[in-house]
Design a protein around this ligand. Structure first.
Ligand code: DGL
Length: 273
């Protein structure tokens, strides 16, 4: 039993989709969330920059005595996970391996689609993770950067978003994929529209859900699960708290955010190098 909190971070508030799944699956866990809203998006940045930001945030979380770190951001998982796993004294989980496991378990045809930010797709992290599990897979990856903006604008259905989805996903339809990994924090909120564009046969893999399951397994195996009668809580920190943060956050989380603490960027400690 370990009642220390779990640290979860993302480039912004999209990672609250992971928090929502974790709290549903592990209601006794206390969660500290950090959204790097001042410096997002990560999806258009280089590996070097995203790794530097991720180390700073991990350090911030460690100072709050977390027992494990979940990298909820697909881009940071793709670019910085291995560095964090090497450097941090606690378990560090990303969203890519759980998503790849679920996709491999789900596919019948062995044809898998992956959508994500430019940086995630460029990194090839999902492709590598999938091929490590099964070499015979046919993988079709498409960067779909506008989807983040559609979700943030609340534009998750209707004619124009539908056309954008069909435009982006045409390649996946042509490739005949039967399983598509939603490789970005924001995409679970587009599930309905994506299913329409892909056709009913394609299974959508929600990395957030799979990551919560993977976290539950790690806590169980390492005997780190919390034991609290009243249930855990959620404290959110953000490097910028702009207008609309609470409304958007509630949409990702599926319930209102209690409170968001603002963290100055100058308070983000440099990782000791
Ligand atoms: N959180 C990012 C991801 O999952 C999307 C937003 C961004 O580009 O920062 O890849």
């Amino acid at each position: 039993v370990d009642n220390r909190p779990i640290g979860i971070f993302d480039s912004g508030i999209g990672g609250l989709t992971v928090v929502a799944r974790v709290t549903a699956m592990l209601p006794n866990e206390e969660i500290i969330y950090f959204g790097d809203t001042a410096r997002l998006p990560y999806g258009s940045k280089t590996g070097e920059t995203v790794t530097r930001f991720s180390r700073e945030i991990a350090r911030f979380l460690l100072r709050r005595n977390v027992k494990a770190v979940v990298v909820a951001c697909n881009t940071a998982s793709a670019l910085a996970l291995e560095t964090l796993q090497r450097e941090l004294p606690v378990d560090v989980l990303g969203v890519i391996s759980p998503g790849a496991d679920a996709a491999c378990a789900r596919t019948r045809s062995g044809r898998i689609g992956v959508i994500g930010t430019r940086a995630t797709i460029r990194s090839g992290a999902y492709r590598r993770a999938l091929l490590e599990r099964r070499q015979d897979l046919v993988i079709c990856e498409v960067a779909t950067p506008l989807f983040v903006h559609l979700v943030e604008e609340g534009w998750t259905s209707g004619e124009i978003p539908g056309r954008i989805a069909r435009h982006y996903l045409g390649e996946l339809v042509d490739a005949g994929v039967d399983t598509v990994i939603l490789g970005c924090t924001h995409y679970p909120l587009l599930a309905g529209m994506l299913a329409d564009a892909l056709g009913a046969e394609a299974a959508l893999i929600d990395s957030a859900e799979e990551t919560a399951r993977a976290l539950a397994r790690v806590l169980e195996r390492r005997r780190l699960a919390a034991d609290r009668s009243g249930g855990g809580g959620l404290t959110c920190y953000a490097s910028d708290v702009a207008e609309g943060f609470a409304t958007l956050g509630a949409r990702f989380l599926g319930r209102p955010l209690d409170r968001v603490e603002h963290v100055e960027q100058s308070d983000l400690p440099w990782f000791e190098r």
